[in-house]
Design a protein around this ligand. Structure first.
Ligand code: FES
Ligand SMILES: [Fe+2]
Ligand SMILES: [Fe+2]
Length: 497
């Protein structure tokens, strides 16, 4: 099914015949905008969603989708004889009309966004808009027929409109989720976290964008940054335009704003906020420091970013020293230090590595192997529980790895559940066991290589405290009758599902 749809959309994307009408329509819209001048620009900005933070078109389309679906549902119930009264007919007609008003607003915003699309996206966008315009036309016809008492014909017209809307919606989904139109195209790398020198002030010409690059080790790529000198001040913004990835370093400065050469979005040099669309979200910003004729920049992290910087590490250390001052808890200083949390977890990883090895070294479906598999499943489960409850929250302020680690725990749990469901020793079971081991080795390995090292940024004392907590919980999970019974029940349910 997906292949057929992809093929059909591929045909649209290469249909050069669509370029001429697209060019003519685009020209007509931009000419009108040019004649209207400044108010036209303001209207276009509003239609794009500037000031809102992202395009408004996706929100407005929910109005016709919701109301036209409601109308179709009521019509179907009425036609089937399940709901036939005047009130439900009136509700269907009203929903149809409300949807048509929403569709006009959605079309206006869609048309504004479409104006700044290129190539294959522009072609698909034209068909998407045309199909949805047809849906609107059919629904207007339906409303007219209904008001003249021709309800049956009106229902046929709105049902056809619904089918058009489905096609239009699918094309819209393709444009956003496959082709990434309307999404943020800027590089939102956290680098550089600390001030780094990127250029000399003398290299910059007044108001001429200048490109520099910083390295992002995680993304394994260079991140472009554009510098603009204004007198003795230098501004720094991400060089890839948020709208569609245009090169802002090849743009120009006009009226104190940096203009993108591709579709003319302009950005405030100081705040990175879009001043004119089609861009709707702000450019990444960098703090600038001038020292001895050199320019240093540091990425200004955004709200919600989980980025470990020297400032956040200093904060963690401050909190640690505030919580456990020497004079308040002298006995904790003298007590024999236990294992670090990372050592406890590493030992547990090793235990499970050995268990996987043993499972692979044996075959068949004997009772001993079954018991070993059950113990391995229990240990995997316990490991996830203690890390989720104690280690990950503790290490979160000093490591950026926890988000993906939580996700990998989910993958491991799913894979474990799928494995224990299979008949022990069968080919499917063995294949799943290999996959489960690979998933575990990847996960444990990446924890040891990265997260455990970053955990060293916590104080030694904190790590030993975590070790104690982890060992206590590990012991409790293994010995508590209640926990054991719960785990056995879970496994039995999974095995027999
Ligand atoms: S890429 Fe479209 S305005 Fe920059
Ligand atoms: Fe883990
Ligand atoms: Fe682990």
């Amino acid at each position: 099914m997906v292949k057929v749809l992809d093929k059909a959309i591929g045909k649209l994307e290469t249909a050069e015949g669509l370029d001429r009408p697209s060019y003519m329509l685009g020209k007509a819209i931009s000419r009108t905008g040019q004649i209207v001048g400044r108010p036209g620009k303001k209207i276009a900005n509003t239609l794009h969603g500037r000031g809102y933070g992202h395009p408004v078109h996706p929100i407005l389309v929910t109005i016709p989708i919701g109301t036209w679906t409601l109308a179709l549902g009521l019509d179907l119930l009425g036609s089937a004889g399940l709901l036939r009264n005047r009130a439900s007919e009136q509700a269907a007609d009203l929903a149809l009309q409300a949807g048509s008003i929403g569709a006009v607003a959605a079309m206006a915003t869609g048309l504004a966004d479409w104006q700044s699309m290129n190539g294959r996206d522009r072609r698909v966008g034209l068909v998407h808009g045309s199909v949805n315009a047809t849906a609107l036309g059919l629904n207007l016809l339906s409303s007219a027929l209904r008001s003249r008492g021709r309800r049956g014909a009106g229902i046929w017209a709105s049902a056809s409109a619904f089918a058009c809307m489905g096609i239009g919606g699918y094309l819209g989904g393709h444009m956003v989720y496959r082709r990434r139109t309307g999404v943020d195209h800027a590089d939102r790398s956290p680098e550089p976290r600390e001030f780094v020198q990127v250029a000399k002030l003398g290299e910059l010409t007044e108001k001429v964008p200048f490109r520099v690059a910083v390295w992002d080790e995680v993304a394994r790529k260079e991140i472009g940054v554009v510098l603009v000198r204004q007198g003795e001040r230098v501004h720094a913004l991400g060089a890839r335009c948020t709208h569609a990835g245009g090169p802002l370093d090849q743009g120009w400065v006009l009226d104190g704003k940096l203009v993108c050469p591709w579709h003319g979005s302009s950005f405030d040099l100081q705040t990175g906020e879009p001043v004119t669309g089609p861009g709707t979200c702000p450019q990444p910003r960098y703090q600038v420091r001038l020292q001895g004729g050199a320019i240093y920049i540091r990425r200004e992290q955004e709200p919600g970013d989980h980025v470990v910087t020297s400032a956040s590490l200093a904060h963690v250390r401050d909190v640690a020293s505030f919580e456990e001052p020497d004079e308040w808890q002298p006995e904790t200083r003298t007590h024999q230090p236990g294992k670090k949390g990372t050592d406890v977890l590493y030992e547990h990883h090793e235990l499970m590595r050995r268990m996987f090895k043993k499972m692979r070294a044996t075959s068949g479906h004997g009772a001993e192997r079954h018991e070993l598999m059950r113990t391995l499943a229990a240990e995997l489960d316990i490991h996830e529980v203690i890390e989720d409850a104690i280690f990950y929250p503790a290490v979160q302020p000093v490591s950026e790895d926890t988000e993906i680690a939580y996700a990998e725990h989910g993958v491991l749990a799913d894979l474990l559940a799928a494995t224990v469901k299979l008949p022990l020793g069968g080919p499917e079971f063995e294949e799943h066991l290999v996959a489960l081991e690979s998933a575990f080795l990847h996960h444990a390995g990446s924890e040891e290589r990265s997260m455990f090292r970053e955990a060293e940024r916590l104080t030694d004392e904190r790590l030993r405290d975590l070790g104690e907590q982890l060992e206590t919980m590990l012991e409790r999970e293994r010995t508590s009758r209640f926990r054991q019974a719960f785990r056995t029940l879970k496994l039995t349910l999974l095995e027999n599902a």
